[in-house]
Design a protein. Sequence first.
Lengths: 219, 1060
Amino acid sequence: MAQIFHRSTNFISRFSVFSFLFLVGLALVGVIAVARSPYMTRQNITREQPVQFSHKHHVGDDGIDCRYCHTSVETSAVAGIPPTKTCMNCHSVLFNTASYLEPIRESYRTDKSVEWVKVHRLADFVYFNHSIHINKGVGCSSCHGQVNQMPLVFQANTLLMQWCLECHRNPEQALRPRDQVFNMDWKAPDNQVEIGKKLAEEYKIQTVEQLTSCSTCHR
Amino acid sequence: MDSMREHEQHDPIIRRHEDDAYATGAVQDERMKASNVLDHPLDLAAVREKLQSKTGKQYWRTLEELAEDPDFEELLHREFPRQAPSEWDESVDRRDFLKLMAASLALAGLSGCGRTPEPHIVPYVKQPDGLILGKPQFYATVMPFGADAIGLLVESHEGRPTKIEGNPDHPSSLGATNVFTQASILNLYDPDRAQTPSNVGEIRTWSAFLDFAQAIAAEMKGTDGEGFRILTGIVTSPTLAAQIESLLALYPKAKWLQWEPAAGDGPREGAKLAFGNYVNTVYRPEKAEVILSLDSDFLGSGPGHIRYAREFSRRRKLDQYTETGRRGAEMNRLYVVEPTPSVTGASADHHLPLCSAEIEAFGRALAGKLGLGGSVPAPPAATECANAVVKDLQKHKGASLVVAGEQQPAEVHALVHAINAALGNVGRTLIYTESVEARPTNHLESLRELCADMDAGKVETLVMLGVNPVYTAPHDFDFTSKLKKVSNLVHVSSHYDETSEYCQWHIAESHYLETWGDARAFDGTLGIIQPLIAPLYHTHSAREVLGAFSDKPGVSDFEALRENLKAANPAADFEKFWRKTLNDGVVAGSAFAPINVTLKFNSANLPALKSASSGELEFLFRPDPCIYDGRFANNGWLQELPKPVTKLTWDNAALVSPKTAEKLGLTHEVAWRGGEHGKIYSDVVDITLSDSKVTAATWRLPGQAEGVVVLPLGYGRKRAGYTGSNKGFNAYAVRSSNALWAVTAPSSAIRKTGEDYPLACTQYHFSIEGRQILATGTLEEYRKNPGFAHEHAEEPPKDLSLYKEYSYPGYAWGMAIDLNSCNGCNACVIACQSENNIPVVGKEQVTRGREMHWIRIDRYYQKAKSATNDPSSYDASLDNPPTFFQPVPCQQCENAPCEEVCPVGATVHSAEGLNDMTYNRCIGTRYCSNNCPYKVRRFNFLRFQDWETPQLKLLRNPEVTVRSRGVMEKCTYCVQRINNARIETEKQNRPIRDGEIVTACEAACPTEAIVFGNANDPSSRVARLKAQQRNYKLLGELNTRPRTTYLAAVRNPNPELEKA
């Protein structure tokens, strides 16, 4: 009996099997790449806000300290978005007729909150605490980037778990002297690892085992 | 209620008819189709035989387990027993199911591709002073409850109360709470609450009601308020009382009547009988060496019980005794004589079941023996006990205490007053004060008077405040038909209930967390009710409604409270006093001073005892331990809470002793479907009392007196709300005014209907397989051999393990639970549910063993020690077994079996020894729970949480993830509290102090049975407890090295009674 399949079928079948596996692999890589892309993490994307508030102007040009608005950053889990009252402290006098600021004045008049679009967004099952990071010498700009140069705030990092773990596994990378925490222009010195290790000891940073326990962030 | 809206399916098998009867007909067939039932009922004779043949200490939880019924054992072993119908709905066949699954999977994959919408941040316009975003605040308040008020500290997250803790400065709390206070927060957010004033069911404004009330007020000025009646429960609030009194002064012919259905008149009338006037009794159990309870559940219910439980347990702590001093270890001794086992009875060193009528005889015999006159013999079964008790009491004159139960008649209370006086206890172990009630009265007579007046047409306007008499009034008063003769009816209540239906005006009542007010505690201490949140709806307080009828309507609760307080406390600087009082939650030094009373009672002058004829049954009415008189019926947490002794959920049942059940031919059968182990088909009976009938399921309760049938109140409500309506049977339907608490009837009062009804019981879920899980002993045994708990346990050496050895150089969190202190009150279970956002699953799911409580309380019975070959000795172990409770949270094993089998690393060890559970990683294989020897992992088989109802979103603790379907969850030692404490202390650059982290269960515990802390610190409380010889590990032989350990229970029986 003659062979039903031509010899070349061997190649074609092998090729199909391998290309199928390759395609599945490629698709997986694609899915993961999309999931980690700025499209999904929204890294580097600015948002339309009710008032196009400029951190560059307020922090960079005017030199207002982070804590003037984000009052609870040293004491609480959340840094705190300022109440309308905080805006009005200055803007009842400055630019108090600018149409640009009407939503703020309206909020103050009507006692209705301004609804800001959230930029830095963690999953609900992550229990991040600002105060402990600030108190242990992790600066604002380590996570938020140089906000003083952002006319509109965007997320400077991926905020993926992998990114969190980079520091939790090697805390010495990100530690700075406590007086530099709110310095937006701080740059890691060349001997950062050396200094970081010293600071970790001084600040009694927990062991890596503790920092990478699941319940440190998830509960 | 949580999830009930979505997931509680009405029981598909037997539905209840409107008239409380059970559906018949196809029921049996359908049941057989739906599930397999053990094909033979339990043989009690076999149980006894088994009991007799055993030696040594044995514990059992269910009668079936005791009988070693092979079918029952197989049922427990197999998650999917042979021939059990499959888990899912059979109407969809496998092929269609796969098709549907494939399609859903494809669609689910597509829907997962989108990005989630942008969330918004909504800051304050003006941030309140003192509020730090993200940090909870605590406010002191009190929860009024009957003749008591429990001091609380309520946790508030950005203005919404989320969790209730006890106020350590308040005398009735001392920092602890009970199930009602813990669960009351769910009542606040109950979506079924009435939300506006209404007139005949139509929404009205408050001002419309004010107009109506003022019109009546104008009319009453001419008539002096004739025909005006106010009906309340017990009032301990001076401000509310002042409002009522001012109305009564304005309208001299108006009357104030009171009806509290589940608190007896016995204590009040007993005091009047003994002393000539109403006085309040405050116990000091801490000072008592010997305590006798005559049907009193003073550790589990009634005014002051949280404090009493703490004081009582302090005298049973053995941890203060050092290694050498152990021989001299001392404990108090508790005798409990009661008809039906209670939390107090389960803690007793000697428990004697006697029917309610015999309790008075027992009291009289005691009085006689103590030389107080009268010579009634003790009931035959109690003679020996009575003699021993008398001896013991006489030995401890001035350091003993006799307590009578709330449901006991006035005579028993008067006897007890006389006995305490004769023993010299007054001023030592108990004090008398003036009554904490604003106007103590006989409630039954009060309601009778109201009914008579209504019947005679004397009542024109009736204002009912927070009461539900249509449901709770004795049936022979025929309250509803009399209500129809009243022209103006105003009802104030939190829900539109049975009574509201009959009233023109219904005013939605504010929750205590929404109003200003005050209330006196059991010892007279005045506490301030401080609102935590503005009223969620258009609700008003009882005082405001009364104010509407006065000449000064519109005075706010806040103003009234301050005025009243100012008048009573003319302090120089009122503002300072006010701020301090608000901060503390109590008015300093407001506890009533002890008063001197003179006994005007001679027990010899009591009329002869009515002898109970034999062959009769005694029916008792008792408030339900979970939903009380019915007021908590719509609270899903309390409905699903296993009742302390019976472990039933979602239903009440007529409780009978096993012996009586045998006589009446009552049985129950265990059924299963899929993996369900909690469905018990119980015989249904018709109970006919005083020409009224109710149909009830029955339940056999070891430890109950023979011939006693207990009918728990509070169930069978018609209009409680979504969760509470039509659950269980209504015992009020057979409760008549001449027998409020106990009634004897011939055995023909109970008639089997031949049907059965599925009850959900949580004590059938797992089998102990004869393992040594519980360790108990007597004080004598403990003195001789403090390490008795380790006798049966072989603990493997530390290096014998296949698991990698870890070291814990920093904190090593651990927990010690003192079984000697635990009385099974359940406060920890609800506290945990509230703290950790634990859902309610519904009765159907409980019958499948799927309740979600992270901490469960197992109840064990001990086989009687003196079991010999004498056939008469078996009874004691079945009819009156010593009862023990064991709370079981996650044991946080160091060698955790669950961690080894998780394929995705969702449960792993933390550096501090916690057995972390990462919900976002869990894919729901359930391998971990299969591998857990303690059965403490809970799986979300369905989406039990209610994610839609807006009110319930306010309830959630923002510190804990709300879990979804397909996720395993379990106790984490309240890791959110650990983390917060760690962060705070690290910021202060210091280690965490002992006691700084208090888990939710530990905080709620009235008896300080649960202690949490750092086991690495030898000076911590938990390490000191773990160092005790009583300390043992649950299933230590498995080498799981649990961090939660137990201290063996020690009882202090009277050697005289032991010998016999």
